[in-house]
Ligand binder design. Structure first.
Ligand code: UN1
Length: 513
C-alpha cells in the first residue's frame, strides 16, 4: 500500500519522453523534440515530445483505414471490455495521471482527481451505452413474410482533436466514444498536454486496444491537424476547443473532393452568463460565482463570464465578492493551500493581461485577487479579477481565464437581458439564482443554451447525469456523457428481407411485383 500523495510525489520528479504511438515502425527521420514546460514554473520542464511528421500522419491514416473493417466486426462486448479494463488501469495510475495534469496542465491536485474520475466515468458510461445500442440489431415491425432490422455499424476513421484544459477527461471521452462505436481513431492531443496524452494511450494499449485502432499523433494544428482534415479518407472529426478552430476544421472537411460527407462533432466556446434576481441569497450567489468563474483558473468552456445582477442586490453581492476574492490564493497547483493555479502558457497570459489592462484603463475594475510574486514569479499566472461592463455585447471574444464581467440590470429589463444573451450566439452553460421558482423556470425556458443550472454553480457536469454540450457557436451536439452521443459516430443500416422467398413459398403476387 502506498498513500496517494506519496505515490504522486515520485511522479513529480520523472522526466518524460513522449512520441507518436503508431501502428507501424517509424522509418522516416524523427522530427525535432519539443520541450514541455510547467505552467507554474517554466524552468522545470516536464519532458520532451517528438511531433508527428507529415508522412507518419499519412501512414497512420492508411493503417487506420485498413484496421476499420476488422475492428467494426469485433463484437461490441469485446470493445466495451477494453474500455472497462482501461478505466480500471486509470484508477490504478491515479497518482501519476494527477501529477501529470498538475505538472503539464497546471491543474490543482483536486481538479486532477475530478479529471481522472471523469475519464473513468466516460469509459464505463460509453461501454454501457455501446452494449445497449449496438449489441443486437433492432427488430422492427413489418408484414408477415418480411423481416426488418436496423443494424448499427461504425462510420470509418475519425480524428479526435482535443484541448489542453481537460487533457485526460475530454481526451479519453472523445477517443473511447469513437472507438467503442466501431471506428478507428487518430488522436491529436493539444500541443501543451501531449505528455499526459501519451501516458493515457500507453495505458489504453495495455488494456488491449489494438495499436492500429487508436493511434496517437502529437503535433500542432498546421502539421498534423491539417494533414488529417484534408485527407478524403477521414470520415469525421470529434473536436473540443475554440469556435474559430472548429470553423477551420469544418471548411477543411467540406473542401475535400471525392470524400464522404463528413461528420463533425464539435464542442466549442461559450460566453456563459448567470442572472441573479433580488430574491437570491447573496452569500450563496458569491460562493457559486467564485467556483464558476475562477475554479480551474476560469479555463473551462463552462466557466462563468458574465454575471447579471439585479440593481437591488448588486452592491451587496459585489461587496461580498470583493471580500471573497481577497481571500483566494493564487500559486503552485501542487500546494494544497492554492485555490487558483496558473493559466496554460505565455500566449494565454498575454492575451488575458491585454484584456485586463484595457478594462482597468477604462476604470471598470470592481474586485481583484492579489498576486504574490514570491509564489508566482516563474509561471504564467493571472490573478482573478472582476470588472463592470455594460452588457454581454461589449465582449468581443471569449476570455479563457479568471476574468469575470458584471452587468447591472433593472427588474423591468429582464426580457432585453435574455434577448442580448441569446443574440450573442453562444449557447453553452447558463445560471440563474432566484428563490422565485416561476422566474427561474421562465428564464430557463427562454435562454438558448445546452446546460442550465438553477441556484448552484455552472461547472462540473457529471457524466451520464448532466449530459454536457452547447448549441449555436458553442457546438454541434450531441452531448458528451449523454445517451445519444455514440449515435453520431455510428451508421444505421436497415435490412429488409422477404422471408417468404427464403422459405420457398413466396406468393404469386409478390413474385409478380
Ligand atoms: C470544457 O471546458 O472544454 O462541466 C468543457 C464542466 C466540464 C466542462 C468541459 N464538463 O465544467
Amino acid at each position: 500500500y502506498q498513500p496517494l500523495m506519496d505515490a504522486m510525489g515520485r511522479h513529480m520528479e520523472t522526466t518524460y519522453r513522449a512520441r507518436p504511438l503508431l501502428a507501424f515502425e517509424v522509418t522516416d527521420a524523427p522530427s525535432r523534440s519539443h520541450e514541455v514546460p510547467s505552467p507554474y514554473d517554466r524552468r522545470q520542464p516536464v519532458g520532451t515530445v517528438q511531433w508527428t511528421t507529415k508522412p507518419q500522419a499519412e501512414q497512420a491514416l492508411d493503417a487506420a483505414w485498413d484496421a476499420f473493417p476488422r475492428w467494426e466486426a469485433t463484437p461490441v462486448a469485446e470493445r466495451a471490455a477494453i474500455l472497462r479494463r482501461f478505466a480500471d488501469l486509470m484508477e490504478t495510475h491515479l497518482a501519476e495521471l494527477m501529477a501529470l495534469c498538475s505538472r503539464e496542465g497546471g491543474k490543482l491536485l483536486t481538479d486532477g482527481i475530478d479529471e481522472i474520475r471523469e475519464a473513468v466515468d466516460f469509459c464505463r458510461y460509453y461501454a454501457m451505452r455501446a452494449e445497449e445500442l449496438f449489441a443486437e440489431p433492432t427488430r422492427l415491425p413489418g408484414p408477415t413474410g418480411e423481416s426488418n432490422e436496423l443494424v448499427m455499424g461504425g462510420k470509418g476513421v475519425f480524428a479526435a482533436i482535443s484541448p489542453w484544459n481537460f487533457p485526460v477527461a475530454i481526451f479519453c471521452g472523445q477517443v473511447v466514444a469513437t472507438a467503442v462505436a466501431g471506428n478507428t481513431v487518430l488522436a491529436k492531443p493539444a500541443e501543451q498536454t501531449s505528455i499526459v496524452a501519451h501516458r493515457v494511450v500507453e495505458l489504453l494499449h495495455e488494456a488491449g486496444m489494438p495499436r492500429d485502432v487508436v493511434q496517437l499523433l502529437p503535433g500542432d494544428g498546421p502539421t498534423v491537424g491539417s494533414v488529417l482534415t484534408r485527407d478524403p479518407r477521414l470520415t469525421g472529426v470529434v473536436f473540443t476547443g475554440g469556435t474559430d478552430t472548429a470553423q477551420i476544421i469544418n471548411r477543411a472537411l467540406a473542401g475535400r473532393d471525392h470524400a464522404p460527407l463528413p461528420t463533425l462533432v464539435a464542442e466549442t466556446g461559450g460566453m456563459n452568463a448567470m442572472i441573479v434576481d433580488s430574491t437570491a441569497l447573496p452569500e450563496q450567489v458569491v460562493a457559486d460565482v467564485i467556483q464558476s468563474a475562477f475554479q480551474s483558473a476560469g479555463q473551462r468552456c463552462s466557466a462563468l463570464r458574465v454575471l447579471y445582477l439585479q440593481e437591488d442586490v448588486a452592491d451587496r453581492v459585489i461587496e461580498i465578492l470583493d471580500g471573497a476574492m481577497a481571500e483566494l490564493h493564487v500559486g503552485d497547483p501542487r500546494d494544497l493551500g492554492t485555490d487558483v493555479g496558473p493559466v496554460i502558457d505565455e500566449d494565454a497570459r498575454q492575451g488575458l493581461a491585454a484584456h485586463i489592462d484595457r478594462l482597468k484603463g477604462e476604470g471598470r475594475l470592481l474586485a481583484e485577487t492579489r498576486l504574490d510574486s514570491a509564489h508566482t514569479g516563474n509561471g504564467t499566472f493571472i490573478a482573478p479579477v472582476a470588472f463592470e461592463i455594460d452588457g454581454i455585447e461589449a465582449l468581443e471574444r471569449e476570455q479563457f481565464g479568471p476574468v469575470l464581467h458584471i452587468v447591472r440590470y433593472q427588474a423591468g429589463e429582464i426580457d432585453r437581458v435574455i434577448e442580448s444573451i441569446n443574440a450573442r450566439g453562444y449557447g453553452l452553460t447558463f445560471g440563474v439564482h432566484s428563490r422565485n421558482e416561476s422566474f427561474a423556470d421562465e428564464i430557463a425556458k427562454k435562454v438558448r443554451v445546452g446546460n442550465v443550472y438553477v441556484n448552484r454553480n455552472i461547472i462540473g457536469a457529471v457524466v451520464g447525469v448532466q449530459p454536457f454540450g452547447g448549441q449555436g457557436l458553442s457546438g454541434t451536439g450531441p452531448k458528451a456523457g449523454g445517451p445519444h452521443y455514440l449515435l453520431r459516430f455510428a451508421t444505421e443500416k436497415t435490412v429488409t428481407v422477404n422471408t417468404a422467398a427464403l422459405g420457398g413459398n413466396a406468393s404469386l403476387l409478390a413474385l409478380g411485383d
